[in-house]
Design a protein around this ligand. Structure first.
Ligand code: ZN
Length: 472
């Protein structure tokens, strides 16, 4: 067995950072396996022989799966056969995502084949799932296309696909959520030193420096491990094709330069649709907790407009909402018609509620919603906060029917940029929320606070005294 990886343990970096880049034991195994899998084997002539062939190929890359194989599926066909090795996966969203990717890889291989070409072909997919202390899950799909070449089955293409997911939101992570902003510059520097010091000229590809430049094409295939982070380099990129796929682990101490201390679990993509759920008149009792539990379990946020008189004894619900990243709003002290109050009365509605919210969670409210939606310039000036009205009124207080509330929201058509009005004091609203949040997420909506909605839809922070209803 060829052993041409090198340990970095006795080298130091030009950056004078402590030395911590090293191949982990798994990388050694992985590297050798992928080189071996390039070897050719006999062709197969029926389903039984194909299964034997696929099993043999998978066996050579067994160590890839850290959680064990749950099942292997075979699909014998002419000329293309498929075999997929499924690693155990405890996360439904990751499994669903994986299955879509697998279907896409099958389609992509079959579409790439000349219909006249009746030589045997196989697509071998090996999947791996690992979770890390950083509340992230890695999904790896090792894709290998093999084809009959001179009566042998030969690997004609292979690629490592890697994806990360948040265990808090269940959503796929983008690099911005995992890495510090300048991570590619650091990686470029580390890998320049690493490869130039550890590989000979005949091992490095001619254009190797192209593949460690800090640009959008590079450093996109990686897995987060408890030991740090590992990057994959496709065969024939940094190293000569004969060297196989390269897997390099960066240990934690050095990885601190590139990895965020904590993953940013909520990430808003400005180009994807977003909705702001808002809840008035709370904090409620049981219904409030159910809504917070639901937001928590989906890694979602909402905006709560609290009524001051209800806060005493329910401060923990406000603190929890803040902890979950929700936005907190002032919805007056006693729900009066604000336009009929004198200056002193108006001021009491503002100050008492603001102070009660601050006392509950350490933070003043950042938005205001007038009771009954009734206000004027004088009221806006007194509150001194952005004034948030709504686009969709669920009339939850009237129907008290979870299904009606849910149907009302889901029958609105495009909800992008809309503010949904609900009240956290009704059980029916909690019922509706428990159905609505997964539905919205499945439709591709991002759940955001009203200030986030304003910021992304208008390009500016919310302005005190300005009235906001919707963003088309
Ligand atoms: Zn109200």
């Amino acid at each position: 067995m060829k052993q041409n990886y090198k340990s970095l343990e006795n080298n130091s970096f030009k950056t004078n950072r402590a030395l911590f880049i090293a191949f982990v034991a798994a990388a050694i195994v992985t590297y050798v396996i992928w080189t071996m899998s390039q070897t050719t084997t006999d062709t197969y002539n029926d389903e039984e022989e194909f299964i034997k062939y696929a099993d043999g190929q998978f066996e050579m890359s067994q160590s890839f799966q850290m959680t064990g194989v749950e099942r292997t599926e075979y699909e014998y066909g002419e000329p293309i056969s498929y075999a997929v090795d499924y690693a155990s996966c405890d996360y439904d969203n990751v499994a669903a995502f994986r299955d879509i990717q697998i279907e896409n890889m099958k389609t992509s291989y079959s579409e790439s084949i000349d219909p006249e070409d009746d030589q045997q072909k196989a697509l071998l997919l090996k999947t791996g799932v690992t979770s890390t202390e950083m509340d992230a899950v890695n999904l790896m799909i090792f894709e290998r296309r093999t084809a009959e070449v001179e009566e042998d089955m030969t690997t004609v293409y292979k690629n490592m696909h890697t994806y990360q997911f948040s265990t808090k939101t269940g959503d796929q992570l983008v690099p911005e959520q995992i890495f510090k902003p300048d991570y590619k510059e650091h990686c470029s520097e580390y890998f320049y030193d690493y490869f130039s010091e550890n590989y000979d000229k005949d091992q490095l590809s001619k254009a190797w420096k192209t593949y460690i430049k800090p640009n959008e094409d590079n450093f996109n295939e990686f897995i987060i491990t408890d030991a740090g982070i590992s990057f994959f380099f496709d065969e024939g990129t940094v190293l000569e094709k004969s060297e196989g796929i390269v897997y390099v682990g960066i240990a934690k101490a050095l990885a601190d330069d590139i990895l965020r201390k904590k993953i940013i679990h909520r990430y808003i993509d400005p180009n994807k649709p977003m909705v702001a759920l808002t809840y008035d008149d709370g904090p409620g009792l049981v219904s409030e907790d159910r809504i917070l539990n639901c937001l928590d379990s989906y890694g979602a946020v909402a905006t709560f407009f609290y009524q001051g008189t209800f806060i005493s004894g329910r401060e923990d619900k406000i603190a929890r909402a803040k902890e979950l990243g929700c936005e907190l709003g002032n919805h007056t002290w006693s729900h009066p018609v604000l336009t009929s109050l004198n200056d002193a009365e108006l001021n009491a509605q503002v100050v008492n509620t603001n102070e009660a919210i601050k006392a509950a969670c350490g933070k003043y409210p950042t938005v205001f919603r007038p009771s009954y939606g009734e206000s004027n310039d004088k009221v806006h000036a007194a509150f001194g906060l952005p004034v948030i009205l709504w686009t969709v009124d669920t009339l939850d207080w009237e129907s008290r029917d979870g299904k009606k509330i849910f149907d009302h929201v889901t029958s609105q058509g495009n909800l992008d940029g809309k503010i949904i009005l609900m009240h956290s004091i009704h059980d029916a609203t909690a019922d509706a929320t428990e159905k609505m949040i997964p539905w919205l997420k499945a439709q591709g909506y991002q759940l955001v606070t009203v200030s986030e909605l304003i910021k992304y839809k208008t390009g500016a922070d919310p302005v005190p005294g300005k009235v906001y209803r919707t963003f088309e």
